[in-house]
Each structure stands twice: as C-alpha cells, then as structure tokens.
Ligand binder design. Structure first.
Ligand SMILES: Nc1ncnc2c1ncn2[C@@H]1O[C@H](COP(=O)(O)OP(=O)(O)OP(=O)(O)O)[C@@H](O)[C@H]1O
Ligand SMILES: [Mg+2]
Length: 208
C-alpha cells in the first residue's frame, strides 16, 4: 500500500515552491521535515487538491483523481479551524458530505477518543469556542480519525501540545496507521522515533 507523488510542481505567482516532487509514501508514519516556509503545508494541500498543481498522485499503482482523494484522504490542517458549533456537531459535519455518505458516525468512538486525548472533561454538546488552542488541535485530529481515511495527512498535529500529549498522539498514530498511509509534517526531533520513513523538503525538492 503506497501513495505516490510524481513530478508535483506548484508555483505562487512567479515563484516555484515545489519543483518536481517525486516520492513514495508507504504505510505507517511518513514524517516530513523542512525549514519554515519551505513548502510543507503547500505540499499537503496540493496532495488534497486544495491547491492547483502539475503532476500526478497515485495510490496502489493507479492514478487517483480529486474525487478519490476527497473520499479516502483527510488533511488535518496546520491552522486548525474556527466554528461556533458544538463538539459533536463539528465532528459529525464531514459525514454529511456526499463523498463520506457511506461512512457511519460512531458516537461511542468519539467519546473514547475524547477521553484518550485528554478532552474527557468536555461534554460533546459543549461549544468548540471553549477549547484552548491545544485542545482544538486534538479535536481537529479526532475529527479526521473518526472518518478512518486510508490516507491521513497531518500538518504539525502536535505543535500546540506538551511533550506528554504529543507522545500520546504519535503512539496513537503509529497504531492507527499500521495499515494506512500517514504523512505528518513535524519540527520535533522526538517524532523520528515513531517514523517509518523520514523526508526533508529543501529548495522545492523532497529527499527521503
Ligand atoms: N496562498 C499563497 N499565496 C502566495 N504564497 C504562498 C501562499 N501559501 C504559501 N505561500 C508561500 O509559499 C511558501 C511555503 O509556504 P508553506 O506554508 O507551505 O511553508 P511551510 O513549510 O509549511 O512553513 P511552516 O513550517 O512555517 O508552516 C512560503 O514562502 C509562503 O509565503
Ligand atoms: Mg506549514
């Protein structure tokens, strides 16, 4: 089980940020490191078709299109999200999207994940605006996990967490991604201990 990116190129105005990325991401945790501004978030957004790019994405040897990605790939964004909804409304919303219609929302699983990630003190009917930055970051991850995507992309998912909670997140992802492809952008050296592969983005090129 592999996700392939072939000669992915992306420019903003006249500046080429991604200069022909060709990489293979196998199952497990694929970590991407790189300087701030090197294009890590841009790469993940392009892989989810949130940005226009040139190049190809393939899964298990076959080229995939935007529709396939929307159904099977979930991105946890670096910037998180803002909503006035409750916790349960927020995590249920993606299940209403047409490409997620075959997925079933599991409220028990939500409670388990909230407890596991230290959010058990909240009721699912609490408003998301009550959550701190790190709590919101964990909720964004939980929202993606509940969809059980084949490919999980997480952009610095532990940047607002203390080390103990960050380790818990990586331990969880390690197990979750035993049979999935997970690509995680990280700045934290300790995350390498959980990685199946490590890549570096520099000068628009990804080396692994
Ligand atoms: N929508 C945009 N329009 C123009 N330039 C952009 C846009 N998004 C990102 N950039 C530029 O592209 C470059 C790469 O940005 P990106 O957010 O991918 O970096 P990053 O590696 O994720 O950095 P960080 O570690 O700080 O999150 C930066 O120079 C940024 O200013
Ligand atoms: Mg970024």
């Amino acid at each position: 089980m592999c996700l392939y990116v072939k000669d992915l190129r992306l420019s903003f105005s006249d500046k080429e940020i991604l200069k022909g990325i060709s990489s293979k991401f196998g199952k497990g945790i694929n970590l991407i490191f790189g300087d701030s501004g090197s294009g890590k978030s841009t790469l993940l957004k392009a892989m989810c078709f949130l940005l226009k790019f040139n190049g190809e994405i393939a899964f298990k040897g076959s080229r995939v299109d935007e529709r396939w990605i929307k159904k099977h790939c979930k991105l946890v964004r670096q910037s998180g999200f803002y909503t006035e909804d409750t916790i349960v409304e927020t995590v249920k919303k993606p299940f209403e999207f047409k490409y997620n219609r075959d997925k079933i929302f599991d409220e028990k699983k939500l409670s388990e994940l909230l407890n596991f990630f230290g959010l058990g003190k909240f009721s699912v009917n609490d408003r998301v605006e009550k959550l701190s930055g790190g709590e919101l970051q964990r909720l964004a991850l939980i929202r993606a996990l509940l969809l059980e995507p084949e490919v999980l992309l997480a952009d610095e998912p532990t940047s607002n967490l203390d080390e103990g909670m960050s380790l818990k997140v990586y331990e969880f992802l390690k197990e979750f991604c035993r049979d999935r492809v997970c690509i995680v952008v990280s700045h934290e050296q300790y995350s390498k201990g959980f990685a199946d592969r490590v890549y570096y983005l520099k000068d628009g090129v990804l080396n692994g």
